[in-house]
Design a protein around this ligand. Structure first.
Ligand code: KIV
Ligand code: NA
Length: 276
């Protein structure tokens, strides 16, 4: 299959064919996700939570993102790779944002970047699009503002915040984003935004009405159990399998059952006898 591009995304929205997206943070996972034919791979700054063990996405750096995005890109043939710009890498100034986005694109080989927010960052989004960088937007629950939002909760339930989200979505669409992630949003609001803008929406906790869906791969594989939001479906329980396998290994080493003959190298007795 051909490489997924921004043109593919646009076409998917027109044809109403759902866009599939998952996160990845390393080569091995990216290969599996790409082999499965997932359209878009997000190197999310959820990296901070699920891989690096931070309590939020706030400590993640541009260098962290590049390091993991490079590994992901090495494993991908077909999917469009999107890299999250981490906290404070695009809010300070347009120049700073362009420099960081440029570094991420050049050093990792990814096809797009993702930024959180609407009106507040619209100049930055415009400048990146003008520079030829495909940008994915992200509205609703924006984890980089978690301390301002006051926790992980559904966004846009009242008239004021819902209208702001619609306005932000229009601004982002006009600024030229190639897709828009909607996180933790009531389904009816996600529907309204999806119907209003020409840009594909990608939902996570935004119901079954968006143009695509995204999940954190570690969540849907059951590989991360510190916190599981309502919107996650565990398609596997890998943590349990992995824990059991690790314990089995430990027991077999202690019991001298592993390594067995088939894992062991031999040499001839003739050579052995000459050794002193
Ligand atoms: O960082 C991330 O994984 C994300 C997705 C949840 C959309 O931003
Ligand atoms: Na993110």
């Amino acid at each position: 299959m051909a490489k997924i591009t921004v043109a593919t995304l646009k076409e998917r929205k027109q044809r109403k064919t759902p866009i599939t997206m998952l996160t990845s943070y390393d080569y091995a996972m990216a290969r599996m996700v790409d082999n499965a034919g997932i359209d878009m791979i997000l190197v999310g700054d959820s990296l901070g939570n699920v891989v690096l063990g931070y309590e939020s996405t706030i400590p993640v750096t541009v260098d962290d993102m590049i390091h993991h995005a490079k590994a992901v890109c090495r494993g991908v043939n077909q999917a469009m790779v999107v890299v999250d710009m981490p906290f404070m890498s695009y809010q300070i100034s347009v120049v700073d944002a362009l420099r960081n986005a440029g570094r991420i694109m050049k050093e990792s080989g990814a096809q797009a970047v993702k930024v959180e927010g609407g009106k507040e960052i619209i100049e930055v989004v415009r400048a990146m699009v003008d520079a030829g960088i495909p940008v994915v937007g992200h509205l609703g629950l924006t984890p980089q503002s978690i301390h301002q939002l006051g926790g992980f909760k559904v966004q846009g339930k009242d008239m004021e915040t819902a209208q702001k989200m619609i306005d932000d979505a229009k601004l982002l669409a006009d600024a030229g984003v190639c897709a828009l992630v909607l996180e933790c949003v009531p389904e009816k609001l996600a529907q309204k935004i999806t119907d209003t803008i020409h840009v594909p929406t990608i939902g996570i906790g935004a119901g079954n009405v968006c143009d695509g869906q995204v999940l954190v791969v570690n969540d849907m594989l059951g590989m991360y159990s510190d916190f599981t939001p309502k919107f996650v479906k565990k398609f596997a329980d890998l943590s349990k399998l992995m824990q059991e396998a690790i314990e089995e290994y430990k027991q077999e080493v202690i019991n001298r059952e592993f390594p067995a003959k088939e894992h062991t190298f031999t040499m001839s007795d003739e050579v052995l006898e000459k050794l002193y």
